[in-house]
Design a protein around this ligand. Sequence first.
Ligand code: SF4
Ligand code: SF4
Length: 442
Amino acid sequence: MQTSFTLAQLNDPQVASSEKILRACVHCGFCTATCPTYVLLGDELDSPRGRIYLIKEMLEQDQPATREVVKHVDRCLSCLACMTTCPSGVHYMHLVDHARERIEKTYKRPLIDRALRELLARVLTDTGLFRLAVVAGLIARPFAPVLHLVGLRRIAAMLRLTPRRRPAPPIDRTGKVYPAQGKRRGRVGLLSGCINPVLAPSTNEAAIRLLNRHGVEVVVAAGEGCCGSLVHHMGREEEALAQARNNIDAWIRELEGAGLDAILVTVSGCGTTIKDYGFMLRNDPAYATKAARISARARDITEYLATLDWAEAAAPVPLTIAYHAACSLQHGQKVLREPKDLLGKVGFVVKDVPEGHLCCGSAGTYNILQPALAERLRERKIANIERLKPDAVAAGNIGCITQLATGTGVPVVHTVELLDWATGGPVPEPLASLAKRAASAA
Ligand code: SF4
Ligand code: SF4
């Protein structure tokens, strides 16, 4: 694609890097077929190619973002299916991240939008505040249909995502070390994160047990917190970079102290961002090298587990598992085989979900900010899952797990909880009654 930036514009390293991305696009349109918003809406401007044109124009003209640009960029899920499909290697992720940042800096959203975004940025990234919000959401949840009817669809969507049970106070694992069982074969850092300790503390509990059982010491680095992914995808770059720097400092202290073989992440959306810290901080002289070191060590938990020698294991109940490939894992990190291979290795029957490349509509805060599209994608995904008649769904991202669980009676669990169960851990809570039935039938 031809571009027409001035030399002065290209002096901005961010514009220079986006210009390179734009030039790689050959307008072939292959990406449109796999873009969820194009599949749903059929509008070129809601396809990757259309958005690339809009972003190019916005950056070249050096003007504040227009309503039209904001509308179509906001509808993008950042699912990155287009990057998997593109034959020219267009790095759409970095381009849309730049666009979101430009929008945030130059476009004044309506007051209600600004308030909601501010609320999400504050609450979702703070574990304590998030738990309070979940408890309040539990009380308000019954009013979701009324709020939907009176047009407050985003508030209604937020309430529908609230878990049905009051979450226990989150356990602060930061600064804690979980020793390996038997001979130590490795030492890893584990991201505790911000939402996970409230919505799914069982995931990291299972990850720690599983790693310890396989001879790996786990540390949750003192001082670590939200990875910055949620605000990064809202274009709030300074906040995202501050959160990234905070985690980098925490992990560098461990790296240079007792050492870390890897930094493991059980939420694939966070993993994609941490693997990108090196790019995000490439122009920061104080952090560029440290960020690149951290990104090089970051792994999805299943990537690391796949490198270990596994003890003999057998699925406690021979379940059929529909494997839902989170976009951030399959498109963002290109981790495709490991979760399925591991589940198969411990005796589960694993099935791929048809149209597996299409997003479930979760996408960070997308299911709150774009509830209509998110619901359509969720329904489509669930219909594809239920066609397989699985006993359970496995996924590697809390966003997808929450999104899917609100729309199906099929239990949805994190992959590591199934692996932990199969190697001696407790039955994952959503599978408790299923396991009981199977045990009494045996
Ligand atoms: S990231 Fe996903 S929604 Fe956005 S343009 Fe690419 S395929 Fe479409
Ligand atoms: S597939 Fe790649 S090169 Fe073709 S239009 Fe899409 S982004 Fe551009």
